[in-house]
Design a binder for this molecule. Sequence first.
Ligand code: NAD
Length: 294
Amino acid sequence: MTQIAFIGLGHMGLPMARNLLKAGYPLKVFDLVRSAVDTLAGEGAIAAVSASAAVDQAQVVISMLPASRHVESLYLGRDGLLEQLPAGSLVVECSTIAPESARKVHAAARERGIELLDAPVSGGTAGAAAGTLTFMVGGAAEALEKARPLLAVMGQNIFHAGPEGAGQVAKVCNNQVLAVQMIATAEAMAMGVANGLDPAVLAEIMRQSSGGNWTLEKYNPWPGVMENAPASKGYSGGFMAELMAKDLGLAQETASHHGNSAPMGALALQLYRLLLKQGKGKQDFSVVQQLFVE
Ligand code: NAD
């Protein structure tokens, strides 16, 4: 069976790797945080002491890191993994990073005869745990066909967005919509509750009406409305506000490349920066609710 190296076992990477393990794939894992590696080692993965050790003998490398700089430092340069991997290897890079950065890593991989896909995901930590993520893939169609059985273990919808970097472009478009919806939902929840409505009743009315959206379906930002949402767990777990701010920054950069205007995304970015200034960057992005309550 395909030997896989999985690098980056955070909120998303750990449950994604776990699903591959459960499906019977031999997995070598590495993260800078030792406890995450130990958790998966306890479930049957082989613990590696470095990224380089993890990819030794691997046919496929999957990575799930925070941002562009982590991905570039992992793969590029003299000590980067692309120097170490043999030609013919397949890299599935799932982090959300700048499309430009993804294209840079693609170009370096191509030079070494390594197949690479930018394959960012949507669906949150719940989707990662349930194996129902959406993959937005950029790169060669043939490489995607090779990766498809693995992606199908971790996800439900697999889209070929287009050539190198296209997965990242799709992802920043999607996350900009998500941020704007989350902020609009938080604003409305605060307004309704301040005017005497029960938050659960308001949430259900909007969910079933024309204001319905993903955050009302799966991720209500008002504490206690949804038992399993991060809002009901002190805004812990989930998708960190600082990562959302990063994605909104990427969306602004992506828009400016072609002179596009993205004012809703710009406002969302400013609101998330406020949260970061308040020290809430490590909390789930639904913590934006707190900007609207006293
Ligand atoms: P996270 O911070 O929880 O996890 C990232 C992990 O990468 C950490 O455990 C960190 O120690 C590890 N890491 C960093 N540099 C490393 C290196 N050089 N070698 C090995 N490990 C390294 O972040 P996350 O929430 O899992 O998100 C990962 C990516 O997925 C981000 O790009 C994010 O934007 C994207 N994403 C997150 C969500 C979500 O709901 N959390 C949803 C969709 C996409």
